[in-house]
Design a protein around this ligand. Structure first.
Ligand code: 2M8
Length: 443
């Protein structure tokens, strides 16, 4: 295995440009143990009991934690994710481990879809943060031979999102399932998902074996999730059709901004590796998505989720709008309002960024994506602030991540008032992102 010294460090950011969550040595070792324990066959399961397969944005973010243990293993994590690419180009939200059957819904629900490496995959995707993670890994431990093949995979993925998933040319991908947003039961999806025709009554839920029902989505949510999976399978996962006629179709500002950033990062990396045509195309993609987001920004600078079926905007401030801080071309007005809301306004908590604004009638402080703080959202907001020059804001969020894990442990999410750990135990991205430094751009 290549040692850390064997990487070319000529262009890596100096220590002063890395910001860390203030964890002591014992907690850092503990976080490493979580990642090692959840590692399987070159990728990291989000949690061995609750999520025993490979998830898309989990894997990409977990790779950032692996950098602190073994840069080689970090590249491998992304390679395993890339290996699951579907024939149409998307990276699936789940690539199934054939030996694990303790997750509902399993691969049989998705109609025999297979990734390039032969694993069973789902028919939907998740927030496309992978190219951003590759760039962050590469900037610490450059390995052109490992990075170059991934550029093409991610370019095809982004082409899919701006191709079949962009049938009306709005330049933001159409999100066709709440699971694609990664923020499954967030209140912003309550209205768009209410019209879905229920096709499923019986549920074989396993997720409440290890986690209290009050911390998980409801049965009604699950009937909707499964009904949408059945509807997708009925049309053979024709992605363009689902993006034009599906029962659930939304624009998610968080998903779009993550993609804009990923295209920007792909362009930067392709530039460093001398891949000019990938660079040009990715740059153009980043600009198009950013323009689309700016076009939907309201007078205060917030980009809201939009229900394409009813043509209505959902105005509840949530993590999705906060994540638009990742947009590489976000304007001053947006940066100002998000900075305020995240650090000291309605999304602020002593334990990170809230998934739903404090005091909203549909906020629930312990129910999954309806109120708790999540380390991935908090860390991504910290990285977004750092990219836009707010080093102090980024450091404050990392400090809050450290508070959350000290108080609540390596849990999946945290009560925004008390810091109590909620959801799955020994959760991978909580450990990975408590380890991973935020990178501050150079002058
Ligand atoms: C959660 O979603 C899965 C479905 O994809 C589930 O509840 O079974 C979400 O938090 C999602 O964002 C995350 O990627 C996944 C695995 O951690 O769990």
């Amino acid at each position: 295995m290549k040692s850390v010294e064997a990487f070319d460090h000529t262009h890596t950011p100096p220590a002063a440009r890395l910001l860390w969550a203030p964890l002591d040595g014992a907690l850092r070792s503990d976080a490493q143990r979580v990642l090692v324990a959840n590692s399987c066959d070159g990728y990291t399961k989000p949690s061995l009991s609750q999520y025993p397969h490979q998830w898309n944005w989990d894997s990409a973010l977990n790779a950032l934690g692996w950098v602190e243990i073994s840069p080689e293993r970090a590249y491998l994590e992304l390679e395993r994710l890339a290996g699951a690419q579907s024939p149409s180009g998307y990276l699936p939200h789940i690539a199934f481990d054939a030996d694990s059957c303790d997750y509902f819904p399993g691969p049989e629900w998705w109609g025999r879809l297979k990734g390039a490496d032969g694993r069973a995959i789902s028919g939907i995707t998740q927030p496309p943060v992978a190219a951003t993670c590759l760039r962050l890994i590469f900037s610490r431990y450059p390995d052109p031979d490992r990075a170059r093949p991934l550029l093409e995979v991610f370019q095809r993925y982004h082409d899919f999102l701006l191709g079949p998933r962009n049938p009306q040319g709005r330049d933001e991908p159409v999100v066709i399932h709440p699971w694609e947003s990664g923020r499954d039961n967030s209140p912003e999806w309550d209205i768009p998902q209410a019209r879905v025709r229920l096709r499923v009554q019986q549920l074989d839920r396993r997720d409440r074996i290890h986690v209290a029902a009050a911390q998980r989505p409801t049965d009604r949510d699950y009937r909707i999730y499964l009904s949408l999976v059945m509807a997708g399978a009925e049309v053979g996962w024709d992605q363009r059709h689902l993006a034009c006629h599906g029962e659930f179709r939304v624009l998610d500002p968080g998903f779009s901004a993550i993609l804009a950033r990923a295209c920007h990062d792909l362009a930067e990396l392709a530039g460093r590796l001398g891949e000019r045509s990938i660079r040009r195309r990715a740059q153009e993609h980043a600009r198009r998505i950013s323009r689309a987001l700016a076009g939907r920004e309201d007078r205060d600078g917030v980009v809201w989720p939009h229900d394409l079926v009813s043509n209505q905007t959902q105005r509840v401030l949530q993590a999705g709008s906060a994540l638009t801080i990742l947009d590489p071309y976000a304007g001053k007005r947006r940066l100002q309002v998000l900075r305020r809301e995240i650090l000291c306004g309605s999304l602020q908590s002593a334990f990170g960024v809230r998934s739903t604004q404090a005091g909203h009638p549909r906020m629930d402080p312990q129910r999954y994506w309806r109120g708790p703080c999540w380390v991935n959202v908090t860390w991504l907001c910290a990285q977004g602030l750092a990219w836009h020059g707010d080093r102090a804001g980024a450091q404050l969020l990392l400090w809050r991540i450290a508070q959350a894990v000290r108080k609540g442990g390596w849990r999946e999410y945290f009560h925004p008032e008390t810091g109590e750990g909620l959801g799955a135990q020994q959760f991978s991205w909580t450990a990975a992102l408590a380890l991973a430094p935020v990178q501050v751009p150079g002058d």
